[in-house]
Ligand binder design. Sequence first.
Ligand SMILES: NC(=O)c1ccc[n+]([C@@H]2O[C@H](COP(=O)([O-])OP(=O)(O)OC[C@H]3O[C@@H](n4cnc5c(N)ncnc54)[C@H](O)[C@@H]3O)[C@@H](O)[C@H]2O)c1
Ligand SMILES: [Zn+2]
Ligand SMILES: [Zn+2]
Length: 362
Amino acid sequence: MKASVTKGLGQGFVVEEVDLAEPIGHEVRVQVQASGLCHSDLSVATFIGDEFPVVLGHEVAGVVTEIGPQVTQVKVGDHVVGSLIQYCGACVNCLSGRTHICLRPEATLRESGQPARITWNGKPVAQGMGLGGFAQETLVHENQLAVVPDEMPWAPAALIGCGVLTGAGAVLNSAEVRQGDTVVVIGAGGVGMNAVSGARIAGAEKIIVTDIEDAKLERAKAFGATHVLNSRTTDPVEAVRDITGHGADHVFDFVGARPVTTQGFQMLGKGGGLYLIGVSANDAGIDVNSIATLSASQKVQGVYMGSSNLKRDIPFYASLYLQGRMNLDALVSKKIALSEIDAGYEALKDGATARVVITDFS
Ligand SMILES: NC(=O)c1ccc[n+]([C@@H]2O[C@H](COP(=O)([O-])OP(=O)(O)OC[C@H]3O[C@@H](n4cnc5c(N)ncnc54)[C@H](O)[C@@H]3O)[C@@H](O)[C@H]2O)c1
Ligand SMILES: [Zn+2]
Ligand SMILES: [Zn+2]
């Protein structure tokens, strides 16, 4: 089968003929129908990655074509969406419903000593995040897959696996935003837009979005932002205090640069929470003054994958989409072929492009 292989840092994405093993244990063979381009894969391919060659791609949707002998949760013909959340289902965190912080995520992968899932000229190839969606087919542990209705279109389905779980989940699961709350979304990118959708679904009264590009702020309005702020031309802290009267209940940071995160903290009202999601520099973070923070009863929380339970949340967002209550179509800015991933990432630099999705695997 064809897969787009990244052979080393900065070496881009090149289509090669590779071999996929037969499913064993809980593995599921999926014929990929759509695969989204997420920034995290570009980071792995350009500066974070340490395992090469690798097949990346972790926003995947496709059809189940074969199942391993121990698979019970999906069947051949099911339409599935993958997620990079890997969980064992048996540790104390999984058993208390917090699969996103599983203590044994490696239980979803083959053990060392077993043959690799993907090989190229007989040599093992790593599989990004247990998914390896930049390929015609993939082999995935059943715990990383959720079944969606057959009528769910492929491109928006693929986006649910990472950007939607992260953005909407941060609002609905991590912060548990309630009706009447005030919400600030810093960074109106593909993930931030799903936080806006989540805030709208939760019934937030004010949804304030900040960015440095006007085109993205315009798009944010279409997703449900009640106020937009260009932080290049407006002091966002002062503006949020003006709009809310006493500071925001929830601030979601999708940028992750120290000065931006600090501003996010300054936007909080009494009892407010700052949620750290984006990272754009190695020193991303914030200094918190204990006295000021405790007297205002504020909190700062790191958020991994929107604290999502993928088996519950992926079908939930698909259902909201099919009911017309979750805008995913406007996130699919461009559809490309498997051989066009480098150009697809280039296109993402343009502010008008929210997400690029591979839909042609020929
Ligand atoms: N925590 C997790 O589990 C998790 C999961 C997925 C993605 N992420 C991260 O979420 C972040 C957002 O992802 P994305 O795909 O939406 O990225 P993106 O690049 O599309 O969006 C970032 C947005 O921030 C804006 N921005 C840049 N500097 C700004 C500033 N100073 N003030 C306000 N806005 C500013 C950009 O214009 C852009 O619109 C990324 O860092 C990504 O790695 C985290
Ligand atoms: Zn991602
Ligand atoms: Zn576990």
